[in-house]
Ligand binder design. Structure first.
Ligand code: NAI
Ligand code: OAA
Length: 342
């Protein structure tokens, strides 16, 4: 078996290290919402990943054009674009990973929950298609509000009798990327060496960075500003884009990183850990059925859900608020999809 190293100049050193694969472990990856702000750069990054053998790009408009463009990049994977209608079945058939960034982004003044009505239906319909065409795939939900769109997807898979909690992930990687970048700015460290655990969910107060676990003890206003920046980092981008959407490029990097971690784990690498929002036992006794914490990934998806671990008194306070909000977001998603399954 030959193994080749591929490096690209668009990613940092930490990412470059991970982009190597043996030719025997190749995978079909589908992106739903591939012509969007996230979908396009995410598809580009996946095209650069030699672990991907086939890239299937679906959108209600524009996917064939994106696919034609990306297909000229001189890496081995094949790329095909699919349009609305029945083509989604062929797009999903045989996919091992399905990334879903389809849906509308926020405008200034909106919360992620304000996207619920529009994106809930979009995710529900795409989840139905995935449950029918690739029930064993790893489903990676990017569309907001993630705290609710993940439970919506789970209920759809349950309704079809194919739910596997080990294969459903809310992508919260961007929170970890931000938490690591923001502390490096405060401490003048190399962000590539920072890995701040972030737990909870993916909106406002449900995003809980655990600085103490990385050995940092910020106090007072500095601590509060840091936590607020991590919790509301998305708003910073929404404001700066002034009505033209939310984070797309950093999200594409975060989504590609998570997909790469899953591929590495699927292809036998041990000890691959990413924080992600999954069906979790950690706070089920409090009625919180989904929760993001460090998760060890493996060939079957979720291998081991790590507990939150030791937290400071201040972090415990943040967690208490998080759990209350999360419960509401989860129940809202479950209730809505049960009443609107068709
Ligand atoms: N999880 C996270 O950390 C993050 C999540 N997001 C979320 O990702 C979503 C997408 O954001 P952008 O790419 O900026 O939006 P966008 O509007 O640029 O792209 C969305 C794409 O989805 C497509 N689409 C809409 N309905 C569809 C359907 N039924 N089937 C297939 N495709 C469909 C649109 O045609 C469009 O190309 C938003 O909900 C946003 O809030 C954004 C940033 C970070
Ligand atoms: O803020 C938004 O709406 C998009 C998002 O989820 C993020 O950037 O974290």
């Amino acid at each position: 078996m030959f193994a080749r190293k591929v490096t690209t100049s668009v990613l940092g050193a930490a990412q470059r290290r991970t982009f190597s694969a043996s030719a025997s472990n190749l995978t079909k990856v589908a992106v739903l919402g591939a012509a969007g702000g996230i979908g396009q750069p995410l598809s580009l990054l996946l095209k650069l990943n030699p672990r991907v053998s086939e890239l299937a790009l679906y959108d209600i408009k524009g996917a064939p054009g994106v696919a034609a463009d990306i297909s000229h990049i001189n890496t081995k994977s094949t790329v095909k674009g699919y349009e609305a209608g029945d083509e989604i079945k062929e797009c999903l058939k045989g996919a091992e990973i399905v990334l879903i960034p389809a849906g509308v982004p926020r405008k200034p003044g909106m919360t992620r929950d304000d996207l619920f009505n529009t994106n809930g239906s979009i995710v529900r319909d795409l989840a139905k298609a995935a449950a029918e065409s690739c029930p064993d795939a790893n489903i990676l939900i990017i569309s907001n509000p993630v705290n609710s769109t993940v439970p919506i997807t789970a209920e759809v898979f349950k309704s079809k009798g194919v739910y596997n909690p080990k294969r459903l992930f809310g992508v919260t990687t961007l929170d970890v990327v931000r938490a690591s970048r923001f502390i490096s700015q405060l401490k003048s460290t190399d962000p590539a060496n920072e890995n701040i655990t972030v737990v909870g969910g993916h909106s406002g107060a449900t995003i809980v960075p655990l600085l103490s676990q990385a050995g940092y003890t910020l106090e007072g206003a500095e601590r509060d500003e840091y936590v607020k920046r991590v919790q509301f980092g998305g708003d910073e981008v929404v404001q700066a884009k002034g009505g033209a959407g939310s984070a797309t490029l950093s999200m594409a990097m975060a989504g590609a990183r998570f997909a790469e971690s899953l591929l590495k784990a699927a292809q036998g690498q041990k000890g691959v850990i990413e924080p992600t929002y999954v069906d979790s036992p950690l706070y089920k006794d409090q009625g919180v059925t989904y929760f993001a914490s460090n998760v060890e990934l493996g060939p079957n998806g979720v291998e081991k859900i790590h507990p939150v671990g030791k937290v400071s008194e201040h972090e415990q306070g943040l967690l208490d608020v998080c759990l209350k909000d999360l419960k509401t977001n989860i129940e809202k998603g479950e209730k809505w999809v049960k009443e609107n399954m068709n």
